[in-house]
Unconditional design. Structure first.
Ligand code: PMP
Length: 395
């Protein structure tokens, strides 16, 4: 049928990861492709009990329409926790509850981007953000990024040349896809540049609390003197993604715009999910839960890195992250990550080719591995299979 779609639909294509995830539904496939948390640590029994409690204590309210901004006690709990963990100075008035931080990304595009505006991002950056922003038809400029984060001198060079930059998108903690974390020095320098040019920053932070070693670093939001930083948080990786509860924190004059967009998009985030999370935070030991997650993910990271060191060819590099869910592999020029994936799938193991994480293409000699979702046995067997493919693959 010949229907006419909007121009923006021409720019959108399905996420490569979603397509790979379909193939990995096959139980024979060992998948290091998705970014899925370990399901064995989902708080199923706790949520069962808490759901009854929520229905007993506030049944009709938890099933009714809610405030667009979100459930006030949960917004208070989040702002207090952010202040403690990330050294911010926020109140519930700075928090809007959204359906996962992915919704925060989409809304950021709606709030800041007109067709043709420039978005600056790390190189590489999160594929889901590239796809969310693409709907608003921006131009992406990738800012050179090294092991310590976005390079402030390079950022400043671009900001000097381009006066149509509307927003900067960054993931300073255990980045998706590289697993890298910005140093404190870099955070400070970055904020100095931002305050000079006064560009809004989207600080996306789904993994910050999953730190295996060292101290949690102050967030960009805590270094934000002018109210330019919009910080995105989520319970997807610390509780479970299925409840779809995340948050946006920003200065009130920016948050107002997001609230308007939220009203038009879906009125509010699930009343029931928000109350379940709020009661979980109230009645259960969140720190203990985080410790269990970090212990398991550290074990899996250690094992994956150990196996890679033992079995992978010596001409490649990979990151050894201090937290989060991913390691990033770089091969010599000429390696084709997409063809490599085809070979991997023939051997029942999956990765994500790194090229998809660069909005302007290139860098096909890279791939991303996830270590949170597979058991220890599968990590060993999966790295065996990958090593076999790598050793036979021509590049
Ligand atoms: N940002 C980043 C960097 C992510 O890795 C993810 C999840 N993979 C999200 C945002 C979206 O997470 P959610 O919507 O579940 O909060």
């Amino acid at each position: 049928m010949n229907v006419k779609f909007s121009n923006r639909m021409e720019k959108l294509k399905t996420s490569e990861i979603r397509e790979i995830l379909k193939v990995t539904q096959n139980p024979e496939v060992i998948s290091f492709a998705g970014g899925l948390p370990a399901p064995e640590l989902f708080p199923v029994h706790e949520i069962k009990k808490i759901s009854s409690l929520v229905l007993d204590e506030m049944g009709p309210e938890s099933l009714q329409y809610d405030l667009t901004e979100g459930y006030v006690p949960l917004r208070k709990q989040i702002s207090e926790r952010m202040n403690r963990v990330y050294k911010t100075e926020l109140s519930e008035k700075n928090i809007l509850i959204v359906c996962g931080s992915q919704q925060g990304l989409d809304f950021s595009g709606k709030v800041f981007i007109d067709k043709g505006d420039v978005i600056l991002c790390e190189s590489p950056t999160y594929l889901g953000a590239i796809n969310a922003f693409k709907a608003y038809e921006p131009e992406f400029i990738e800012v050179p990024t090294d092991d310590f984060g976005m390079i402030p001198e390079e950022l400043e060079k671009i900001l000097n040349q381009r006066h149509d930059v509307k927003m900067i998108y960054v993931i300073p903690d255990f980045q998706n896809p590289t697993g890298k974390t910005w140093s404190f020095e870099r955070r400070k320098k970055f904020m100095e540049v931002i305050e000079k040019y006064k560009i809004p920053v989207i600080e996306d932070n789904p993994y910050g609390e999953l730190r295996f070693s060292g101290e949690i670093l102050p967030s960009l939001k805590s270094l934000d003197n002018l109210g330019l930083v919009v910080h995105l948080g989520t319970f997807s990786k610390t509780f479970c993604p299925g409840l779809r509860v995340g948050w946006i924190c920003a200065s009130e004059h920016i948050l107002e715009k997001y609230i308007l967009i939220k009203q038009g998009a879906d009125l509010h985030t699930s009343s029931f999910s928000q109350r379940i999370i709020s009661k979980m935070l109230e009645n259960y030991d969140f720190e203990e839960r985080l410790s269990k997650l970090k212990e398991l993910y550290k074990k899996r990271r250690d094992l994956m890195i150990f196996e890679m060191k033992k079995k992978f060819p010596k001409n490649l590099k990979y990151t050894n992250p201090d937290g989060g869910l991913f390691t990033w592999v770089e091969l010599p020029e000429g390696f084709d990550g997409r063809k490599f994936l085809e070979e991997c799938l023939k051997n029942n193991v999956a990765i994500v080719p790194g090229g998809s994480f660069f909005p302007n293409g290139g860098h096909e000699n890279t791939f991303r591995l996830n270590y949170s979702n597979m058991s220890e046995e599968k990590i060993i067997e999966g790295i065996n299979r990958l090593s076999k493919v790598l050793n036979e693959f021509e590049y």
